[in-house]
Write a new protein. Structure first.
Length: 316
């Protein structure tokens, strides 16, 4: 595949939402709302990761490179930040508490993105496939440079950097006070870890983020969600066992249809409306997703559906 696919229709989830609600609204409405256990889960995970550098400090240097990829729990935080971006920790009435929890969850990842991610991610939901507003889509430069087997493998390793810096290039925004706060707190944390615990500890945290969000089995969700493995289908769910440790992030069709339902209840969405989800193209292995993405010439960064952004003069 050497070019993006273009669609003139609205994002499919707007249509799906209307159809599903028409038949299942009374029961589905019970699933809406915050996940009251999320803040406690974050506290436990946060304590684990903030104590981990103390353990790493006393281990040999080789462990710094082994443990991040083996444990890879920093990805857990990035997935949790995703749910917090939808205000599913404290509810929509307490946005500041959601942002504060997101900043806390951001600490082990080392790169400040929690607050900025919210704005870009909600636009990804609202304008899926938009050539300007959906920054989840690779740029033309990425797609053309990393379209070979070796190129796609390298692109997978570099994926955290593309996700972090692509919006700054394709759709820059003026930083908000909360984004600046997120950055200051994160930099202060990074410096403190490096100063008091040593470079080995900050390398452990940063390395875990890069590895876990790159070519790691759990990071297969980045590829499985919207890359077109079957022509014409732009969103895919994953129903494999890794959902148990990633808070059901694999239920991606369900999430796009109902972004106000927390991950812990997304399996119930599928169960309530099997006629809409069971027959959709789906994934059962993120490892297979990564392998096919890298080795199959018909799949790559170009395998995305795009939509024209009003006001941009682009040729198809």
């Amino acid at each position: 595949m050497s070019t993006f696919s273009w669609s003139h229709s609205v994002a499919p989830h707007l249509i799906d939402l209307a159809k599903i609600l028409k038949h299942h609204f009374p029961r589905l409405k019970l699933l809406f709302g915050r996940n009251s256990n999320m803040k406690y889960r974050e506290q436990v995970l946060g304590d684990f990761f903030l104590l981990n550098p103390y353990t790493i400090k006393g281990l040999g240097s080789s462990w710094v490179y082994v443990l991040p990829h083996t444990i890879a729990l920093t990805l857990t935080f990035s997935i949790t930040i995703h749910e917090i971006a939808h205000n599913l920790a404290f509810g929509h009435s307490k946005p500041i508490l959601n942002r504060a929890l997101g900043i806390f969850a951001n600490l082990p990842i080392c790169l400040p993105f929690s607050v900025a991610f919210k704005g870009y991610h909600l636009e990804h939901h609202r304008y899926q496939g938009d050539e300007k507003l959906d920054t989840d889509i690779p740029t033309q430069v990425e797609a053309s440079l990393f379209c070979t087997t070796a190129g796609k493998m390298l692109w997978m390793f570099l994926q955290p950097f593309f996700y972090a810096f692509r919006p700054l290039v394709t759709y820059p925004k003026t930083p908000t006070v909360l984004e600046i706060t997120n950055t200051v707190i994160q930099i202060t944390f990074n410096v403190a870890i490096g100063y008091f615990l040593g470079a080995k500890c900050i390398t452990y945290l940063a390395g875990g983020s890069i590895l876990a969000m790159g070519i790691h089995p759990v990071a297969g969700h980045f590829i499985s969600e919207h890359y077109m493995f079957q022509k014409g289908h732009e969103t895919y769910s994953y129903y494999g066992p890794l959902n148990y440790i990633t808070f059901n992030v694999g239920y991606h069709n369900e999430h796009h249809d109902f972004p106000f339902v927390p991950g812990c209840r997304l399996p119930m969405v599928k169960k309530m409306a099997p006629e809409y989800y069971d027959n959709l193209p789906q994934h059962n292995s993120w490892v297979r997703v990564i392998f096919n993405f890298i080795t199959d010439p018909s799949i790559g960064p170009y395998a995305r559906i795009k939509r024209k952004h009003v006001g941009l003069d682009k040729k198809e």
